[in-house]
Write a protein that binds this ligand. Structure first.
Ligand code: ZN
Length: 81
């Protein structure tokens, strides 16, 4: 199994430390990820957006948030917590 394929199958557990690398450059970095069930994300599901949405929380509480991102925008961090 290739590395990339393995990573694409990687499961994000609730509360996992993840790296955000999506379109919002100022948010790149480490976050805590939780599955998001807010109205906006539920709405995205209804509209047929296939990605499972995640809520990003700043582990240090210094940045605004939470932010709602697509699964493909985050990767589980290899750093241990
Ligand atoms: Zn949401």
């Amino acid at each position: 199994m290739s590395d990339a394929l393995f990573r694409s199958l990687d499961v994000i557990e609730p509360g996992a430390l993840v790296v955000y690398h999506g379109s919002i450059g100022s948010h790149h970095g480490l976050w805590l990820a939780l599955p998001c069930l807010c109205l906006n994300c539920a709405r995205a599901d209804e509209l047929g957006v296939p990605d499972c949405r995640f809520m990003l929380i700043d582990p240090w509480g210094e940045l605004s948030g939470p932010h709602h991102v697509r699964r493909e925008s985050i990767t589980r961090s290899s750093a241990c917590v």
